[in-house]
Write a new protein. Structure first.
Lengths: 465, 459
């Protein structure tokens, strides 16, 4: 068996793994990335990017449908729009291919070898890689082992994936729009895809065990999304659990135990993601766990020396940008720099309609953290730019310490607010005070003016409300 | 409203000056009757000054460590009713007391000189000092050299070494500063932030690193870090008394020290026997009471050793009694309680008296009588006794006997080497009145009693 030696071996070429590889290459650390599928991981192949492509296509189609119904106040009308989902998916695949190809090129440019195959960990310094098509495995020996295997969609034991039951991965590669789609789980993945399919013409019913949608976000933030679901005609079954499939019907049980059925052509199960800890020899290392995730310290060290782990494998928040930051950091530590994963905030975006973005602490989280906080919000209904893009539903909210006005959190909901994430997080990382944002000139007309106004309002002198 | 002035009380025994060692109140405080206002100290005793009236403190008569004349103004209070000071005087005096703006020491010295005139009327000496007097003394951080500075308030506040952050707050620093801190190996929690809301800037980081390079901060290897701390301590109270006494003793007395080694094998054997036999009912004996007995017996032949020498009047008083001072270490410093009439005590009685006095001295309850009047002193550091010491005479005495550590040493006895318990006695004498030969004979006499311990009891 061929044996390759390297300094850093990275298992998984998702956002965490490939960034670690690029950064290691930049710093002159000899590195190998092992990946059995296309580089880019869940994010590029079956997550963030393709879902956003599909959501965009659904938005565009939805507009056309509105124009055709002669309902648009913009005065645009079209004749009977149609969507060829297969072409949509092909377009999406093109984007994915361009991006994953780009990742490969970036790694190559930094002199990082990509070994195509599935890794199996033998010990903390040895990994065996079997090509996906089978064949002679290679053995790789390394000084540092970086685990970046990512996560899987959670499968319901009584409703395994297959047939009409699909995961988010399946939902991103349908060749036609299902007539009736049942979405299990009203978290951000279920709602993003549920809304997209509704816009593409499916009858969508979202089943959620909790009492409300997006249980991770506060009620004020979720309200515009709930309004939008009602307007779009997405049916909600809250406080209801799925009990399994009976033919083409999904069996439901509500909180009082009453059973019911939903007709479904496809059932999208989006009840969360779980770290990918099995099937690749991780158990051989007997590392400390934190629940279902791998336990790591603030430098992403596992309980075994020179074995590192980043990204979804290490648990929540399972976000690509967190994995990337961790990957970058681990590469720098291995290159001899002193680093720590200590972000002031990790932003999170929910690509529902309208979008939700959060960074830092919500008012209740601030209170729970023992901070005497003030919060103020500014509605997009008072923002000129929001009116011009038909996006007046929603608001920007700032949370700051009462004593010194240091900003500890931002939340926003509205059309296109995902792009505010950068500014939000930056202000928190820089330790900005309300006055800093309030005294920064924000371009007119932009949604960003609502950011400035929220800070002004927290200081007691908002100008446009 | 009236003004009530509390004067430094006469604490007796012809004491003219009393040192303030603690203030329990500050100007502005409201006090009740009998509330303790201050601790003052005479030669050895500390006295609490209670308030005879209820009122509000308006001024304090001096700084901690300052000696005030008996009868000088100690505290001024504003009280209901007339007070004990006439209204006109009350109006005048703050003007007088505010007058001194000269450097602290220059104010303090003439004032002390004026205060030394016992019986001088309080208003004449401006006993209430201006704040400029008290500040350098009360502020332990002030550099001794800067106590001559004209106005302490004008000095910039010392840069706080600890960042102004509430406990548990994370340091606030932008990512670029954080990364540089990592690169430099600096823990941001130890860096003070000068930016808004305590934000740590690159300049703050530079200052911290500069400070660390100069040894002020935490380096990667603390063991070899340069240390630059300076800690000025005002020498006050008992420590100042000790300092003065030591200085006087060394300045006035031409010491000479004579060291002799004593074989205490027999003495130790006896002591163990006595403790085994009588320890339960009479208490255990240490070496000290046996040594006291030996000194008492030696004094019979050398009575000039139990003496006090008034060198101002060239008067040497020798005592038939042996009032033996026992130097004792307390939390506050050296104290010398006195075993009176040691010549009248057997070893157990001496041991009990030493124990009682030592406890009283350590707990601060020793009376003035118990701390004065010794005619000769023994000093012993027990296991820390070392090989040789050069004891300082407890002036105005003329001799002090120092006890060193007992060690097993090989010595020659009858032409053969044997192990014996050996102990040195290091004794100092006032050479003005004690000749070397007499001193040597005195120590040899003590040695004789100790080496043949039966002679301690059989006469």
């Amino acid at each position: 068996m061929e044996t390759i030696n390297t300094t850093l071996l990275i298992i998984g070429a998702g956002p965490g793994g490939y960034i670690a590889g690029i950064r290691a290459g930049q710093l002159g650390v000899d590195a190998i990335v092992v990946e059995g599928a296309q580089p880019g991981g869940t994010c590029l192949n079956i997550g963030c990017i393709p879902s956003k492509a599909l959501i965009h296509a659904a938005d565009e189609y939805s507009k056309a449908v509105t124009y055709a119904a002669q309902e648009s106040p913009l005065g645009i009308t079209v004749d009977s729009p149609r969507i060829d989902l297969a072409r949509t998916i092909a377009w999406k695949d093109g984007i994915v291919k361009r991006l994953t190809g780009g990742v490969g090129a970036l790694l190559k440019k930094q002199g990082v070898r990509v070994v195509h195959g599935w890794a199996r960990v033998l010990d903390g310094k040895t990994v065996e890689v079997t090509p996906p098509a089978g064949g002679e495995p290679v053995r790789i020996r390394c000084e540092h082992l970086l685990l970046a295997s990512g996560s899987h969609p959670v499968e319901l034991p009584f409703m395994p994936f297959g047939g009409p039951v699909i995961s988010s991965t399946g939902a991103l590669s349908q060749d036609s729009v299902p007539r009736r789609l049942v979405v299990v789980g009203a978290g951000y993945i279920g709602l993003e895809l549920g809304i997209a399919y509704r816009k593409l013409g499916a009858q969508v019913t979202v089943v959620e065990a909790a009492e409300r949608i997006l249980p991770a976000y506060d009620a004020d933030l979720v309200k515009p999304v709930a309004n939008s679901l009602a307007r779009l005609g997405v049916e909600l079954r809250l406080a209801t659990q799925v009990a399994g499939m009976e033919g083409e019907r999904v069996k439901l049980r509500d909180a009082s135990g009453v059973e019911g059925y939903l007709e479904a052509d496809k059932v999208l199960v989006a009840v969360g993601r779980t770290p990918a800890t099995t099937g690749w020899g991780l158990e051989n290392l007997m590392l400390d766990m934190a629940g279902r995730a791998l336990k790591v310290d603030s430098q992403c060290r596992t309980s075994m020396r020179n074995v590192w782990a980043i990204g979804d494998l290490t648990g929540e928040p399972m976000l690509a940008h967190r994995a990337m930051a961790q990957g970058e950091m681990v590469a720098e530590i291995i290159a001899g720099k002193r680093r720590e994963f200590a972000p002031a905030a990790i932003p999170a975006v929910c690509y529902t309609d309208p979008e939700i973005v959060v960074a830092g602490l919500s008012p209740s989280e601030a209170t729970a953290a023992g901070i005497d906080a003030i919060a103020a919000s500014f509605p997009f209904s008072a923002n000129g730019r929001a009116m011009t893009i038909e996006g007046t539903d929603g608001f920007v909210r700032v949370v700051a310490r009462k004593d010194n006005h240091v900003i500890v959190g931002w939340q926003a909901v509205g059309v296109g607010v995902s792009e505010l994430a950068g500014g939000f997080t930056q202000s928190i990382e820089l330790g900005a005070q309300l006055e800093d944002v309030a005294r920064t000139i924000h371009a007119h007309p932009t949604l960003g003016e609502a950011v400035q106004e929220a800070a002004l309002r927290a200081l007691g002198h908002a100008l446009h409300i | 409203m009236g003004i009530h002035v509390i004067k430094m009380p006469d604490l007796g025994e012809g004491i003219a000056e009393v040192e303030v060692v603690a203030w329990h109140v500050q100007p502005g405080d409201t006090v009740k009757e009998d509330q303790v206002l201050a601790d003052v100290m005479t030669d050895k005793a500390t006295v609490e000054i209670p308030s005879p009236v209820a009122g509000t403190i308006t001024s304090l008569g001096g700084a901690i460590g300052q000696s005030l004349a008996v009868g000088a103004e100690l505290i001024r209070l504003e009280v209901e009713g007339a007070g004990n000071l006439s209204a006109t005087k009350a109006r005048q005096e703050p003007v007088q007391s505010a007058a001194p703006t000269a450097p602290a020491e220059e104010v303090a010295e003439p004032q002390l000189a004026a205060l030394a005139h016992a019986g001088a009327p309080p208003q004449a000496v401006a006993a209430a000092p201006a704040p400029s007097v008290s500040k350098p003394v009360s502020n332990p951080a002030s550099n001794p050299a800067s106590s001559r500075a004209t106005n302490p308030a004008a000095r910039p506040a010392p840069q706080s070494a600890v960042p102004m952050r509430a406990e548990g707050d994370k340091p606030l620093a932008p990512p670029a500063v954080r990364q540089r801190a990592w690169d430099l190996g600096v823990e941001l929690q130890f860096v003070s932030g000068s930016g808004p809301a305590g934000r740590i800037t690159h300049a703050d980081l530079d200052a911290h690193v500069e400070g660390r390079r100069n040894g002020a901060g935490g380096g990667s290897d603390e063991r070899y870090a340069e240390q630059h701390g300076e800690h000025a301590t005002q020498v006050i109270g008992l420590r100042r008394k000790i300092a003065e006494k030591m200085q006087e003793a060394k300045r006035n007395i031409p010491h000479f020290t004579y060291v002799e080694e004593v074989d205490v094998t027999e003495l130790e054997a006896l002591r163990i026997q006595l403790n085994a036999r009588y320890g339960a009912e009479r208490g255990k004996l240490t070496l000290l009471p046996l040594l006291m007995r030996a000194v008492v017996l030696a004094l019979r032949s050398y009575p000039m050793m139990s003496a006090r020498y008034d060198d101002e009047h060239n008067l040497l008083t020798t005592y038939d009694a042996a009032h033996i001072g026992i130097a004792a270490q307390t939390d506050n410093g050296l104290m010398v309680p006195v075993v009176r009439h040691a010549e009248s005590r057997d070893p157990w009685s001496s041991a009990a008296e030493i124990a009682r006095l030592a406890e009283a001295a350590r707990s601060g309850r020793a009376t003035r009588d118990e701390l004065t009047g010794s005619t000769i002193t023994i000093t012993s550091l027990g296991a820390l006794g070392g090989i040789v010491t050069t004891p300082v005479i407890n002036r105005p005495e003329v001799a002090i006997v120092g006890v060193n550590r007992i060690v097993d040493r090989p010595v020659i006895r009858d032409g053969a080497m044997v192990a014996r318990k050996m102990m040195n006695l290091s004794s100092s004498f006032d050479h003005r009145v004690i000749d070397g030969m007499v001193a040597a004979q005195f120590v040899q006499a003590i040695r004789g009693y100790l080496e043949f311990p039966a002679t301690l009891f059989v006469e």
